[in-house]
Design a protein around this ligand. Structure first.
Ligand code: NZQ
Ligand code: ZN
Length: 386
């Protein structure tokens, strides 16, 4: 196992009806800005419920944060908070609203330069306005981690940032709020969480048995419960298990002390920025091809994954075994409803040079756990994904 430090300061408040506890988590006298997305939180009545719980606070609202949150929109919230002197933000929504809120929270006190430089110049984020979240879409793990991904439309760029200053103070996880998710977002959530686990698991062995078995437990849970969520949207236990799996998949725990990959995600972000596919749609296309192209480097963990998750054992040639393992993975994404090739989205060979150029412009030229995913390797991955 590699050396590591692990700390996660986000308090999780999990379960049906727990939104009632919100008022105890926000400092008395706070002036709260509630951030939300395109309107689902309003439509489902969640926003009203929250406002009732927070009736003793001064509250404002900022809606309209897009899926793949956009810098230009977020900066409007930054101006609003500075002008109106809000002291706390409450994000209500999925990964996009939470990521957007992290950016807003960090940008408010950062007056010396354009906050986009957090991302492009790697400037350390030292402080942020405190914020909490009410999660409505289990997928990204943003509710319990310190990262965010922001899109700048004018540059066709979708880039990540991270800082210990942007862990949420708390996150309310009520599985009931996920009942209203459209099928596409249920699928996206399960696939995103699955790929988060894979990118921290499918590398090379470092004798990290705890991390491996936690990761395998999450994968098995997602495989078991994901399809059930599509069939029985209002099954509480199914939703609860998916919600907790997605949070655990990217809160730092399973990634501690192990190598991490993230090539699939970095390639995926470029695809979303260029072609507008949902985050998890990009992952379902790219991960199986990464597994195939990097099969030699990943062979030990691939075989472990195949045996423990898909029960692929026995006396078959290793190459055939690995192809079977990749096929099972692709098939799971398909069962969830996520397509696994560019052609499924009407995209063809023309995407390859564009994605490679974008990756190069963002210095993403040595991806993967051993920095072996160079542009030439990425080209092979993209070819296989057509
Ligand atoms: O905007 P509203 O109206 O709220 O609708 C949203 C949105 O259209 C809808 N939705 C959310 N909860 C709902 C609901 N509809 C009905 N009922 C509910 N309960 O779902 C749509 C998608 O929401 P979004 O927040 O965009 O999805 P997701 O949670 O998958 O977040 C994706 C974003 O997170 C980033 C992605 O790149 C992408 O920008 N990621 C963030 C990570 C992190 N911070 O650690 C890691 C991930 O790998 C990922 O990159
Ligand atoms: Zn993701």
């Amino acid at each position: 196992m590699q050396n590591f430090q692990f700390m996660n300061p986000t308090k999780i408040i999990f379960g049906k009806g727990e939104v009632i506890k919100l008022s105890h988590e926000i400092p008395a006298g706070s002036k709260i800005l509630i951030t939300y997305g395109g309107g689902s939180a309003k439509k489902t009545g969640l926003l009203d419920e929250i406002k009732t719980v927070l009736k003793d606070f001064t509250i404002g609202e900022f809606g309209g944060i897009e899926p793949n949150p956009v810098y230009e929109t977020l900066m409007k919230a930054v101006d609003l908070i500075r002008a109106e002197k809000y002291t706390f933000i409450l994000a209500v929504g999925g990964g996009s609203v939470i990521d957007g809120t992290k950016f807003i929270a960090a940008a408010v006190p950062f007056v010396q330069a354009d906050p986009w430089t957090f991302i492009t110049d790697g400037i350390a984020i030292k402080e942020a306005l405190p914020f909490g979240t009410v999660l409505t879409l289990p997928a990204t793990g943003s509710e319990m981690n310190n990262g965010g991904v922001i899109t700048r439309k004018s540059l066709q760029a979708k880039l990540a940032f991270a800082s210990p200053a942007v862990y949420p103070k708390f996150s309310v996880l009520d599985p009931v709020y996920t009942y209203t998710l459209p099928t596409r977002q249920i699928a996206n959530g399960v696939v995103d969480a699955y790929v988060h686990v894979m990118e921290q698991y499918l590398t090379y062995p470092v004798a990290a048995k705890v991390q491996d078995r936690f990761a395998e437990g999450l994968l098995l849970t997602l495989i078991e419960e994901g399809p059930k969520a599509l069939q029985k949207p209002e099954n509480y236990d199914v939703r609860a298990n998916i919600m907790w799996s997605a949070t655990m998949a990217l809160n730092g725990l399973i990634g501690s002390g192990v190598p991490q990959d993230w090539a699939t995600h970095m390639i995926g972000h470029e695809i979303t920025a260029l072609y507008g596919l949902d985050h998890a749609q990009t992952l379902a296309i790219i991960l199986p091809s990464v597994m195939q192209v990097m099969q030699v480097e990943k062979s030990d963990k691939l075989l472990q994954y195949g045996e423990r998750i898909w029960h692929i054992t026995g006396d078959i040639p290793i190459d055939d075994k690995i192809m079977l393992i990749i096929e099972r993975t692709r098939n799971f994404f398909a069962i969830m409803g996520n397509k696994t090739h560019f052609s499924d989205y009407g995209l063809g060979r023309e995407v390859i040079d564009k994605i490679l150029a974008s990756l190069e412009s963002h210095q993403m030229v040595k991806l993967g756990e051993k920095s072996l995913v160079t542009p030439a390797v990425t080209r092979k991955i993209l070819e296989l994904s057509l």
